[in-house]
Design a protein. Structure first.
Lengths: 109, 112
């Protein structure tokens, strides 16, 4: 089973702090997606990265795809309580997806 | 916009009982998926349907069957529920291969 490794598993921070979460694999991705899941709901797509070295920004969230396309990171600047949730990375193949185990983030007011 | 809908939202079964989880999407997507989510295990693919009329096994298909009833609907059946099938089940759809997936709200299933 090729689960993607995400770290850290859990993160609890104060509002206003910065944080980075990571997604790693031993094999190359053709593309990688980041999702956020709130309690009691399904995951919602945040971004898809495709090109090695690619950086995408979504307001206070910055996503980076490693040059070798084996890893990715998500950086949140000035975290807010609304950022609380489970962050999942997923790699895609033809019709199939493999998800990481997730990073559970809690931002305290 | 409804997106992906799932029923029921919660279900408790006794070991050996059967049930069908229903999923429907109104986005005209070709591909549909069933996942289970367990603590520390992420989302694991049970079955998927790349297009109407086709279904394929995912990572953890044992104990489950699926039916792609039409383009909109994709159901998951547990013939004889086991405690190991206690989980949260998500249905998802996608408009293209390896494209963005849209998830339903999930079904929380407990098997006692």
């Amino acid at each position: 089973t090729q689960l993607l490794e995400q770290s850290p598993q859990f993160l609890s921070i104060q509002e206003g702090e910065n944080l980075t979460v990571y997604c790693n694999s031993s094999s190359v991705f053709s593309s990688l997606q980041w999702y956020r899941q709130e309690p009691g709901e399904g995951p919602v797509l945040l971004v898809t990265v495709v090109t090695g070295g690619e950086v995408k920004k979504l307001k206070r969230l910055t996503f980076q795809f490693g040059d070798a396309r084996k890893d990715s990171s998500l950086h949140i600047t000035a975290a807010q309580p609304g950022d609380t949730g489970l962050y999942l990375c997923a790699r895609s193949g033809t019709y199939k997806y493999i998800f990481g185990t997730g990073t559970r983030l809690k931002v305290l007011a | 916009n409804a997106g992906v809908t799932q029923t029921p939202k919660f279900q408790v079964l006794k070991t050996g009982q059967s049930m069908t989880l229903q999923c429907a999407q109104d986005m005209n997507h070709n591909s549909m998926y069933w996942y289970r989510q367990d603590p520390g295990m992420g989302l694991r693919l049970i079955y998927y349907s790349a297009s109407e009329g086709t279904t394929d096994k995912g990572e953890v298909p044992n104990g489950y069957n699926v039916s792609r009833l039409n383009k909109r609907e994709f159901s998951l059946r547990l013939e004889s529920a086991a405690p190991s099938q206690t989980s949260v089940y998500f249905c998802a759809s996608s408009g293209q291969a390896a494209g963005e997936q849209y998830f339903g709200p999930g079904t929380r299933l407990t098997v006692t």
